[in-house]
Design a protein around this ligand. Structure first.
Ligand SMILES: Cc1cc2nc3c(=O)[nH]c(=O)nc-3n(C[C@H](O)[C@H](O)[C@H](O)COP(=O)(O)OP(=O)(O)OC[C@H]3O[C@@H](n4cnc5c(N)ncnc54)[C@H](O)[C@@H]3O)c2cc1C
Length: 426
């Protein structure tokens, strides 16, 4: 087999695999590289909005869990239960990424499980070359696509580095699903045999909780066989020890509330002490930590950053395409892949730049403008506190919030909608 391809795609996350599938289906010769060790998942909450599920219904064939109820908590612990008109899905990234990679392979893309390095070419008439880090093998082609994630080396070389402050930090733990309430009570008092018979709580809620005194939020996303807990915040605000303590409080509060509905998520009562100590102990033994970055570009960078040139393009996180308010990036990874493939197949890949700007660029830029206010104050309390309070009291605001979660409510007309209801600090 020749090692020359029409398109070299580095990174088989959602962006790379989806672009590979689209191009290979149109008979483009595609080489897709991924260096992630087999079975190691990308650090991610795995939440995929209903907007994405509607755009690409085949995503529902990947093994995951659809969610139509969400619990949101304000920074002081006020709870808002939402029944979502548009369900979203939560995937293990191991399952999601391999599903998309297999589709690329079936469409005819050549998939190489190897980390590759890349060298800038001397001039535009030359092919790009990438080299396998372990095999030393080389592959070449006239188009290189960087889909190699938030720390993309290729993006740094071709579009320049991003300022460190334009990276959100996200970290968390993968932990066991809670044990169903009746089984938990049994397990506390009984034998090892009964403990083996514990059943996991399949109704474990999906939770998003805004952080007390910090920009950002914590999440609990139950998946098929575990829960992904995490915190996303800005680099500016990052203080690892304090945030790790907050995340542990959140995780303990989550399991506490499964056992006692009247408990508070953030504040433990004196009578919770013993149970909390047990939960903490169990989590310390079973939880598995992960951490990674999410791009969070500023308005200025949105305006000047280039994402393609003669013979190259950046997709997904490598391009900086994540929502600066929420850190959501999977939709933009997929959509950027789709737009790039369209422009390539039309014979004008340089149009990719204007295509994504028209399509979702305005939204992400607007989100960058709003970010500080979203996590700032409004009427003497954090805006997130007020938003949960208002949504508890008004169906209209609850509906807007539900649409935001679904990915159906954009940022560009959010102001108009919320201003009508007198909740708008922006
Ligand atoms: C903790 C956390 C939680 C998140 N939660 C959510 C969420 O719930 N919902 C959501 O929408 N978004 C979430 N995001 C963001 C989301 O993970 C990313 O936006 C998304 O994965 C971007 O997809 P991508 O294909 O561009 O890059 P990635 O998914 O990062 O894929 C890049 C791939 O490139 C490979 N690679 C890198 N370098 C090389 C190389 N030199 N050679 C070969 N392969 C290489 C990597 O192994 C990787 O597989 C979260 C991010 C983090 C960090």
């Amino acid at each position: 087999m020749s090692n020359t391809f029409d398109v070299l795609i580095v990174g088989a996350g959602p962006a790379g695999s989806f672009a590979a599938e689209r191009l290979a289906s149109a008979k483009v010769r595609v080489a897709l590289f991924d260096g992630r060790p087999q079975g190691e998942p990308k650090a991610c909450g795995g939440g995929v909005t209903s907007k994405a599920l509607k755009a690409w219904p085949h995503l529902l064939e990947a093994v995951g869990r659809t969610v139509d109820e969400l619990e949101m908590y304000s920074p002081t612990g006020k709870r808002l239960h939402m029944k979502l008109a548009e369900p979203f899905a939560i995937y293990s990234r191991r399952a999601f990424d391999s599903f998309l990679r297999e589709r690329a392979k079936e469409a005819g893309a050549h998939v190489f499980h190897e980390r590759v390095s890349f060298q800038k070419r001397a001039n535009e008439s030359e092919n790009w070359t990438v080299r396998g880090a372990t095999s030393g093998e080389e592959w070449s082609g006239p188009m290189i696509v960087a889909a190699d994630g938030a720390s993309s080396r290729i993006a740094r070389e071709l579009a320049g580095p991003l300022p460190p402050a334009e990276m959100e930090v996200a970290f968390g733990y993968r932990a066991p699903l809670p044990v169903a309430k009746s089984a938990a009570a049994k397990a506390r008092s009984n034998s090892a045999k009964e403990q083996d018979a514990q059943t996991v709580d399949e109704s474990a809620p999906t939770v998003v909780a805004f952080l007390p005194n910090w920009a950002g939020y914590a999440w609990a996303f139950p998946r098929v066989d575990h829960i992904s807990f995490g915190i996303a915040t800005t680099q500016e605000a990052f203080d690892h020890d304090s945030l790790d303590r907050i995340l542990w409080d959140f995780m303990i509060g989550y399991y506490r509330m499964r056992e006692d509905k009247r408990a508070n998520l953030w504040r433990a009562r004196a009578r919770d002490r013993e149970r909390d100590a047990r939960i903490k102990d169990e989590l310390a033994r079973s939880a598995d930590r992960y951490a990674a970055r999410i791009p969070g570009l500023t308005v200025k960078t949105w305006d000047v950053r280039r994402t393609c040139g003669e013979g190259w393009a950046l997709l997904g996180d490598a391009a900086g395409f994540a929502d600066p308010v929420t850190g959501e990036g999977i939709y933009y990874a997929l959509r950027s892949a789709e737009l790039f493939a369209e422009t390539y197949l039309e014979g004008n890949p340089l149009r990719y730049e204007s295509r994504w700007r028209e399509d979702f660029g305005k939204e992400l830029r607007r989100a960058a403008e709003m970010r500080r206010r979203f996590y700032g104050n409004f009427w003497g309390a954090p805006f997130t506190e007020r938003m949960i309070e208002f949504a508890r009291a008004h169906t209209g605001i609850r509906k807007i919030l539900g649409e935001l979660v679904a990915g159906e409510q954009g940022y560009t007309d959010l102001k108009r909608k919320l201003a009508r209801r007198a909740i708008w600090p922006f």
